[in-house]
Design a protein around this ligand. Structure first.
Ligand code: NDP
Length: 305
């Protein structure tokens, strides 16, 4: 029977480390400063942004919040990003994604000064990660690496399967695991026999956006399973298929008509895996903790220039 990963403890470790580094920076006269830009009124984005701002406050990182109309154009947003690029008091710039459809997301990401790109999505940072050079690395995969380190996972020589190949999670996750000497396979929507390939993995990282896709039939006995997915379930039939009838999660679903669920079929995976991260309360906590670490790192590097 699998165990839950200690995601909360790793997130707390990352936050405590950032807090000490913030104190050291302030002793040198540098106040780490994150500028957060939100365009429009996407409810999920508002929650994410508010959590990020609150976490900054709790660590002593200054945050400024730039709320823009949903009708903002690419050029207007680029102008704001450029002002932040040139503001020496700002060390980190985060433009909350997704952006409204009229905005060219890739132009915005490329418009951020790479050394202030705390999300690690700028092509320069993508290149640095691929070359193994120091840069800013996307927060979710970095958070997963911190968790694996805390669990003492012997990554060297492991076969790791990453399910999903997005620029923000799957690809950087695969790069980091490769750097840690794993043999890495990537599964995507065109992969033939994905369950069969995934069953060969010692470590599975699922980042697909398909609730419960990775079930016990995808998992080797004793594998480590990290569930990045965050999906909202609002459908009774799907809830009944994925969530045990007598669980607290099902009680929450019956009460609220909605529940968050990962890409891993949690109950069945627990029966085969050594460990499975929970959703919620798993990788999400690591992502925000790692974002704070990226802000501090950016302030340390820019502040010492
Ligand atoms: P994307 O939609 O950008 O990418 C999904 C990937 O999954 C694609 O590469 C796609 O393949 C692949 N895929 C889709 N369906 C299948 C399938 N049936 N079989 C195999 N592969 C498939 O998603 P993200 O990477 O942005 O996010 C993934 C999940 O992680 C989401 O649930 C998201 O909410 C969550 N997330 C959680 C975070 C956290 O902090 N915990 C942070 C970021 C994301 P293809 O490329 O071929 O289309």
């Amino acid at each position: 029977m699998g165990k839950r990963w200690p995601c909360k403890a790793t997130a707390e470790r990352l936050l405590n480390e950032s807090k000490s580094r913030v104190t050291e920076l302030k002793n040198k006269g540098i106040e780490p400063h994150l500028a957060v830009v939100l365009v429009g009124d996407n409810p999920a984005s508002k929650v994410y942004v508010s959590n990020k701002v609150k976490t900054c406050e709790s660590l002593g990182i200054r945050s400024t919040f730039h709320k823009l109309e949903a009708t903002t154009s690419t050029d207007d947003l680029l102008r704001i990003v450029d002002e932040l690029n040139h503001d020496a008091s700002v060390h980190g710039i985060l433009v909350q994604l997704p952006l409204p459809p009229q905005i060219d997301e890739s132009r915005i990401i490329s418009g951020i000064e790479p050394d202030k790109d705390v999300d690690g999505f700028h092509p320069v940072n993508v290149g640095r990660l691929s070359l193994g050079e120091p840069g800013l690395v996307p927060c979710t995969p970095m958070g997963v690496m911190a968790l694996l380190a805390d669990c003492g996972a012997e990554l060297s020589g492991m076969h790791a399967v990453v399910v999903g190949r997005s620029n923000i999670v799957g690809k950087p996750m695969a790069q980091l695991l490769l750097k840690a000497n794993c043999t890495v396979s990537i599964i995507h929507s065109r992969t033939k026999n994905p369950a069969e390939l995934c069953r060969q993995a010692d470590l599975v990282v699922a980042a697909v956006g398909r609730p419960g896709l990775v079930d016990a039939s995808w998992i080797k006995e004793g594998a480590l399973v990290v569930d990045v997915g965050i999906n909202e379930i609002t459908d009774d039939a799907l809830a009944e298929k994925l969530i045990p009838a007598d669980s607290k999660k099902m009680a929450a679903y019956r009460k609220n008509g909605r529940v968050l669920y990962g890409d891993v079929h949690y109950a069945s995976a627990l029966g085969r895996a050594e460990m499975v991260t929970p959703v919620p309360g798993g990788v999400g906590k690591l992502t925000i903790a790692q974002l704070m670490a990226n802000c501090v790192l950016a302030a340390e590097r820019l502040g010492s220039r």
